[in-house]
Each structure stands twice: as structure tokens, then as C-alpha cells.
Design a protein around this ligand. Structure first.
Ligand SMILES: Cc1ncc(COP(=O)(O)O)c(C=O)c1O
Length: 337
């Protein structure tokens, strides 16, 4: 007989979203080979886990009867959610406005246009060295001035964590045959971490749930500082994250995350984005201290093709004065399939 979670998996979300692969790789560290399972969310239709979030946010507006033929859905996004929303809204016939900032990659801007989104770029940084607060202020003004604009509000909407509780978490649980020691999850809104954390607290509470954030982000109440990593990190705290949903958090520097992206690609051909590099960094640190952890999962939130002109471009790294060194890989000597 199928469990409730296996029954959920049997019903795909639709629009080609979810049921992404789990890929095993090996970290060679101080003579020990550690197997790590990558949950490759880049296999979603717009190449990030934000296809799931977009699906859930739009579904909720539909369920609440908040959309009609005059509506424009608006959302603040540093990129991936915007692209996911743009595709889904185009497929469903809704207008969509993405409020982005100068850190949005050229690749994501092009995709937003391909999927027919309107784009507003907010250029004024906020007091925490990010753009989030500026983007939110811009949206507040729009929805006050234009009643036909409907804000999905990924930062406060329970539909954000709930899709990771009902799809991402159960997929990992089933793909790992219900044996998981630790899961590393990148954080920005905190929706993914909160949803996966809640799911595993219920089905396998021994699983260590580890939030991964960018050095300089304030999600876990750490000091703000400039950062180059995108997707991960935030200039305000998450409304979804409560201490009981995760065990610890790890802060990762730009160079560490980018060094892992480059080594993973060079040695396996798997291209992932900066937040996935951060998650691999955190995982490597954890394995240095927990040599016997066997069933380890890294949530790789997006595909590396979004970062061809940044993380995977030597000239860009040079312009940013980022030098990637062996020391940034911690104890990892080699990565292999
Ligand atoms: C690449 C990437 N990694 C991590 C995250 C963080 O996910 P969440 O907002 O669910 O915390 C995002 C969110 O946009 C993302 O695009």
C-alpha cells in the first residue's frame, strides 16, 4: 500500500514541474570518498525550483478567486521566480510584471522578455546593501495606485513553503528510500527550507536540516555586508523560518560557492548556480566534522546556464576581483560521478 507521500508523488504538479532527478556524486576528502546526492532542481521547466513556488502562488490566487481578465500579477524577484512566473502566467493567459534589480542576470532578463513579462528594474539599494526593501516599496506603490495589480507576495504567502512541504520534501524522501542523515537547503525567502524542514520533522525527525545562507545576508540575524551571490541570501529576515524547522545554518562566502560550482562542472559536467555551490560548501564543511554521515542531500536550486556570463566566466570573476583558490574548497580534493 502507498504512503500518503507516495500518493502525492503519483500526482504530478502539471506544466512539467517537479519530479526532478537525484544525482549521486562523490567528494574525495582526506582519503575518504563521501557520496552526496544532488537534488537537481535545474531540471524544472525554467531551470529552477521556483517553478514549484510559482505554481503554488498562482494556484492560490486562482483558488481565492482573485484573478480576472484585467488582472496583472506582480512579484518582486531577483530572477528565478520571475522567470518561472512569467512562463506559467503566459501558459495560463495572465499578464505578469516582474520587479527586479541590477543583480538580475542578463540571461534571466532575456527569459523574462521571451515569456512576455513586463519588467521594472529598481536601481536604488536598500539600507542592508540589498535591493529587496526597495523592490517591495516599489510594489507597494504599484498595488496602491493600480487596483488591477495582484501581488503574489512570495515573502509572506504560506503557498510558498507549502509546495516544498507537499512536493520537494516527499520527492527527496522517496528518492532516498527514506534514509537521510542531512539535507542542505539554500535560503532566501526561507520557503524551501521551511517546507522541507516541516516535512522531515514529521516523517523522519532524525534528519539534520541545514539552512545555507550567503555571508553578508541577514536571514539568520547575522551582520549585513556586500555579496555577489544571487538567488540565495536576503536583506531581511524570513517570515517562514522558525527555529524548530531546522537544526543549524551555515554562512558561505562568494569565492567558496563559486569555486565549488567550477570544480563540479569541470569534473562532472554538472552545471549548477551559485546557491548550489554554497550548499556544496556547507556540505563539505559538515562532512569534515561528520565523517560517517552516509545519506546526504544537497538541494541544488537552479541550473548553471543562468550564470554563463558570471560564475562560469573568467573575465567576470576578474572584474569582481574574485580569485578562486584551492583553499576555498575546504577539504575536498576531488569531485567525481
Ligand atoms: C537559485 C536560488 N537558490 C536559492 C533560493 C532560495 O529559495 P527560497 O526563497 O525558497 O528560500 C532561490 C530563491 O529564489 C534561488 O533562486
Amino acid at each position: 500500500m502507498k504512503t500518503v507521500h507516495e500518493r502525492q508523488l503519483a500526482q504530478p504538479l502539471g506544466y512539467g514541474i517537479g519530479n526532478t532527478p537525484l544525482q549521486a556524486i562523490t567528494f574525495s576528502m582526506q582519503g575518504v570518498a563521501h557520496t552526496i546526492h544532488l537534488k537537481l532542481e535545474g531540471f524544472n521547466p525554467t531551470h529552477s525550483m521556483k517553478d514549484r513556488t510559482a505554481y503554488s502562488l498562482v494556484q492560490k490566487l486562482e483558488d481565492q478567486g482573485k484573478l480576472n481578465e484585467n488582472s496583472t500579477i506582480v512579484e518582486s524577484t531577483s530572477g528565478n521566480l520571475g522567470v518561472a512566473m512569467a512562463r506559467l502566467c503566459q501558459l495560463k493567459g495572465y499578464k505578469f510584471l516582474a520587479v527586479v534589480d541590477p543583480k538580475t542576470t542578463a540571461e534571466n532578463l532575456a527569459k523574462l522578455q521571451t515569456f512576455g513579462a513586463q519588467v521594472d528594474i529598481v536601481r536604488e539599494p536598500d539600507e542592508n546593501n540589498g535591493y529587496l526593501l526597495s523592490r517591495l516599496a516599489h510594489i507597494q506603490k504599484i498595488i496602491v495606485d493600480h487596483p488591477d495589480y495582484v501581488w503574489t507576495n512570495q515573502y509572506d504567502n504560506p503557498a510558498n513553503p507549502s509546495i516544498h512541504y507537499s512536493s520537494t520534501g516527499p520527492e527527496i524522501y522517496t528518492q532516498m528510500n527514506q534514509k537521510i542523515d542531512a539535507i542542505f537547503v539554500p535560503t532566501s525567502t526561507g520557503g524551501t527550507l521551511a517546507g522541507i524542514g516541516k516535512f522531515f520533522r514529521e516523517v523522519l525527525p532524525s534528519t539534520q536540516i541545514i539552512g545555507v545562507d550567503a555571508f553578508g545576508s541577514v536571514i539568520f540575524d547575522t551582520p549585513s555586508a556586500p555579496r555577489k551571490l544571487t538567488g540565495i541570501g536576503s536583506s531581511r529576515r524570513s517570515t517562514f523560518l522558525h527555529k524548530e524547522l531546522y537544526d543549524e545554518y551555515v554562512l558561505v562566502k562568494d569565492e567558496e560557492a563559486f569555486a565549488f560550482c567550477r570544480l563540479l562542472f569541470a569534473s562532472t559536467g554538472i552545471a549548477v548556480g551559485g546557491s548550489s555551490g554554497a550548499v556544496l560548501t556547507a556540505c563539505a564543511r559538515y562532512l569534515s566534522q561528520h565523517r560517517y554521515a552516509q545519506h546526504v542531500v544537497c538541494v541544488c536550486a537552479d541550473h548553471g546556464d543562468n550564470y554563463r556570463s558570471s560564475i562560469f566566466n573568467d573575465s567576470w570573476l576578474k572584474e569582481q576581483a574574485l580569485e578562486l583558490l584551492e583553499a576555498h574548497l575546504g577539504n575536498v580534493e576531488q569531485i567525481s560521478l
